[in-house]
Write a protein that binds this ligand. Structure first.
Ligand SMILES: [Zn+2]
Length: 66
């Protein structure tokens, strides 16, 4: 069985692979076939394929109620 995490706008993703700035927390800005997210330390924006992001997730912190 596949365990696909649900990613929503406003969630904070902890990824297995850190950003070059050593931070591994990213805020989700847009969700589609690609995920747009902002590094919470250096504020740079990343756009990655959703399938890739799903494999990189260590944990998800939902921001507020769903
Ligand atoms: Zn960064």
């Amino acid at each position: 069985m596949k365990n696909i995490p649900t990613i929503a706008i406003g969630d904070v993703l902890e990824l297995k692979k850190p950003h070059p700035c050593k931070n591994n927390l990213f805020l989700v800005n847009r969700v589609g076939s690609d995920i747009k997210m902002t590094c919470m330390l250096c504020k740079r924006t990343l756009i990655l394929e959703r399938v890739k992001v799903e494999k990189m997730i260590k944990s998800i912190t939902a921001n507020g109620d769903k």
